[in-house]
Design a protein around this ligand. Structure first.
Ligand SMILES: Nc1ncnc2c1ncn2[C@@H]1O[C@H](COP(=O)(O)OP(=O)(O)OP(=O)(O)O)[C@@H](O)[C@H]1O
Ligand SMILES: [Mg+2]
Length: 402
């Protein structure tokens, strides 16, 4: 091949024009000699941090990831084919390709190693040397054409490397997103399964509550009616009146309880009433029914709350207060709702008898309340935490993003 000395050639000579075009191509164009050393490389190699002239005479392995070198350099690859030959259908792909025609290397994807640079101020901690670029190589053997076919002399390999780093990164990002999407679909399935299960359990709990309340009222009233009958038969008016009064009290208590179960099922229209007022109303009713005084601190802008978030917070408070009434014996209860950065924090504290949270979680008894509160908070991307120590009360903290 003719050696170019650009300075000695005139601008408009064809060789100079071709060389200029080669230099400015966006892909890396290279030529390596039979020993694998660069004899030409165009300006695009600067994207790896090299000046073309500093690579001339250097082995091509300088710019290739060592693992890929083992896969695509003749000195490693051809050893494996010793005595076997390579098939026409799937000839190995080589960076230092000698073959031409049909069997030359096309679309070989390799990782390129950029030149290690000393960190400059501009790098600001970026580890440039570890950045790996990706290239798509096409290469072919180059032979002296004027020599007869039989003895033609191998002059080296000509190749083009197309930088597809951005494409590769985009591809990796897509893969990552696909994986994340798959994961979140799975999580969604698991989640809706859990929600369905909780709903079923809640229905069971409701029917058990109704059954026990109506059952106990029916049994008690039935026995009172028998007692009244006996008292009337025995002409004992005072006892009859006493039992009638007792029956009325039992009846009123059961009706109150039933009303509460029904009210719990249908929260007020929070769109109209607003969460703070709805909760204050709910706490007043609790005070009337149980005597428990709930201190209520609301420092939120409930207009920022979605209806879903408002209902969820209302339901969690209801479930927590039901637990306090059922289990805690507390004298003091505080419900505090405050705005946080991008969210709302709900804290419910009681000074009741507390419990061992680990034992309850590990126990075999069917408890739905705590689980359903957790599910409700998590379903809106929030968190639910409970801390309790026997004898020292219980604290629930819920954070919901808004
Ligand atoms: N504020 C509290 N004070 C004392 N113990 C509590 C309190 N909250 C919950 N517990 C304990 O935790 C257990 C689990 O509560 P959870 O609400 O999950 O179920 P439950 O109230 O027993 O039944 P369910 O809510 O399904 O009707 C309760 O049985 C009780 O022992
Ligand atoms: Mg409960």
């Amino acid at each position: 091949m003719k050696k170019f000395k650009i300075e000695q050639l005139k601008e408009n000579e064809p060789e100079v024009q071709y060389l200029n075009i080669l230099q400015e191509l966006p892909d890396i164009v290279y030529k390596i000699d039979p020993n694998g050393n660069f004899s030409f490389v165009n300006n695009s190699v600067r994207m790896l941090g090299y000046k073309p002239e500093e690579l001339i005479g250097k082995h091509f392995s300088k710019i290739i990831h060592p693992d890929d070198l083992k896969l695509f350099a003749r000195q490693y690859v051809l050893k494996k084919y010793k005595g076997k030959g390579t098939s026409d259908e799937t000839p190995p792909k080589l960076f230092d390709e000698r073959r031409t025609g049909q069997r030359k290397t096309t679309n070989l994807s390799i990782r390129l190693i950029p030149k290690k640079r000393k960190k400059t101020k501009e790098d600001r901690g970026e580890i440039i040397a570890e950045v790996i670029a990706f290239g798509d190589v096409s290469s072919t053997g180059h032979y002296a054409t004027h020599i007869q076919e039989k003895n033609k002399k191998f002059l080296g390999t000509l190749g083009i490397i197309r930088d597809f780093t951005k494409h590769k990164h985009a591809e990796e990002k897509i893969k990552q997103h696909e994986k994340m999407l798959e994961e979140s679909e799975k999580e969604l399935k698991r989640f809706s399964h859990r929600i369905l299960k909780i709903r079923e359990e809640e229905k069971k709990k409701l029917s058990a509550n109704l059954h026990s309340e109506l059952g106990s009222m029916a049994v008690t009233l039935d026995s009172y009616l028998n007692n009244i009958e006996d008292a009337i038969k025995g002409n004992n008016l005072k006892i009859s009146l006493d039992i009638i009064r007792k029956s009325k009290r039992k009846f009123e208590k059961s009706i109150k309880m039933l009303k509460r179960i029904i009210a719990d099922l249908r929260p007020p229209d929070l769109d109209i009433v607003g969460l703070p007022d709805a909760l204050r109303e709910y706490f007043l009713n609790i005070k009337k029914q149980t005597g428990i005084n709930i201190q209520c601190i609301m420092k939120i802008d409930d207009k920022k709350l979605t209806n879903n978030a408002a209902i969820t917070l209302y339901r969690i408070v209801q479930e927590a207060i039901t637990n306090i009434i059922k289990h805690s014996n507390a004298k003091k209860v505080t419900v505090r709702m405050t705005s946080r950065d991008n969210g709302i924090q709900l804290r419910i504290c009681d000074n009741g008898k507390g419990f061992d949270t680990v034992k309850v979680k590990q126990g075999t008894k069917m408890h739905i309340g705590l689980r359903s509160m957790t599910e409700m908070a998590e379903s809106l991307g929030g968190t639910f935490d409970i801390t309790s120590t026997p004898g020292q009360g219980t604290e629930i903290v819920v954070i919901l993003p808004i």
